[in-house]
Design a protein around this ligand. Structure first.
Ligand code: MN
Length: 357
């Protein structure tokens, strides 16, 4: 048993607890076990536009099930992202490009990081009609159309990868370096690099185990985060040159003429997220991003903080979304749209009292 010097016995016990698998999780894992038989073919799937948790959990679980003697293939509704190609290695099969055909001859489907069949996109209808058992491993609240007969879910897990780690622990499977990298990717990305509020003490304990199993944190950082293409930085440079800040009312915005985005050779992916820069300005309550689409329409992104309601404001322009993140597509030329929205934003912010920080 590990003992850390300088800690009281009670503190040492609390740290041991972080490494043990919560009883409700081991109970759920033991319910999954009867579905898992050597020699069977298992498909793993996750939500549209798989993220680091979806991909990492799949790549890790695929190898664990292979240790248990199963054939495993990944069948996602959208292509495996190139950013996470390194997780597949030579041993994990990605059959996503075969679409629903890849689900025809399976014995079991495991759905990861979601519990709503609608998030399976083009696979959803086939999954609704599947005659093989379906299991779910997830850390979200179940959606409106949950899927599967056996659900191993816990919303207190920082990532689905944490639940896959516990699956390995409870069943005594080996966390190889490739599995450790996959699960570390899942936890690292779903916690925003250990910054979001789901970064629990246990999340760090699991990450510690994965580092001990061979993960090199700097290499993971480089492969996942240090992958920015020059076009993205050129766009950021030009976009920041348009930044306007009205600190007294808490309004910030950037504005992208069509030619600017084209000149940078940037994609929509590169533009997404730029609005976080005006939002990150100290004291900003409403951040806006204007993007001229070049055919008489301007896409406006609205981001708010505190008690400012971006959704309410976006509805004035026929848009919508979430309370803190909304969007609208407005017909008009960029300068006119900008002037109209900025004037309305100034007026709106006057009506919303500043919340305590
Ligand atoms: Mn997740």
């Amino acid at each position: 048993m590990m003992t850390l010097s300088g800690l009281t016995p009670a503190e040492n016990l609390a740290i041991q607890d972080l490494f043990s698998v919560p009883p409700s999780r081991s109970a759920a894992i033991h319910e999954l076990v009867p579905l898992l038989k050597p020699g069977m073919t298992v498909a793993l799937s996750t939500h549209l536009n798989a993220d680091g948790d979806g991909c990492g959990s799949e790549a890790g679980l695929a190898r664990l099930l292979m240790q248990m003697g199963m054939r495993v293939r990944i069948v996602n509704p959208t292509p495996w992202p190139p950013l996470f190609a390194f997780l597949l290695g030579d041993d994990v099969e990605d059959a996503s490009d075969r679409g629903v055909d890849a689900l025809r001859d399976i014995d079991l489907l495991l759905v990861l990081d979601i519990n709503d069949v609608r998030r399976l996109g083009v696979l959803a209808d086939t999954v609704r009609g599947l005659h093989v058992p379906i299991g779910v491993i997830d850390h979200h609240v179940a959606g409106e159309e949950p899927v599967g007969q056996v659900t191993y879910a816990d919303t207190s897990a920082c990532a689905t990868g944490e639940l896959v780690f516990d699956f390995a622990r409870v069943l005594g499977l080996q966390i190889t370096p490739a599995i450790a990298e996959s699960l570390y990717c899942a936890i690292l990305t779903d916690t925003g690099g250990f910054r979001f509020s789901n970064t629990s003490p246990r999340c760090h304990a699991v990450a510690a185990s994965l580092l001990a199993a061979g993960v090199e944190p700097e290499s993971m950082y480089r492969r996942i985060y240090a992958q920015v293409k020059p076009a993205r930085l050129h766009l950021l440079r030009d976009a920041l040159a348009t930044l306007q800040i009205e600190g007294d009312i808490g309004l910030s915005w950037i504005s992208l003429p069509h030619a600017l985005v084209q000149a940078a050779g940037a994609t929509s992916d590169d533009v997404d997220g730029l609005v976080e820069h005006p939002r990150s300005v100290a004291g900003t309550r409403l951040a806006l991003l204007f993007r001229d689409l070049g055919h008489g329409k301007v896409k406006v992104s609205f981001r708010s903080t505190g008690n400012v309601d971006a959704q309410f404001f976006a509805r004035r322009f026929g848009g919508g979304g979430h309370v803190k993140a909304s969007g609208a597509l407005i017909v008009g030329e960029l300068p006119a749209v900008e002037a109209e929205v900025i004037a309305a934003a100034r007026e709106y912010l006057q009506t919303v009292p500043r919340a305590a920080p």
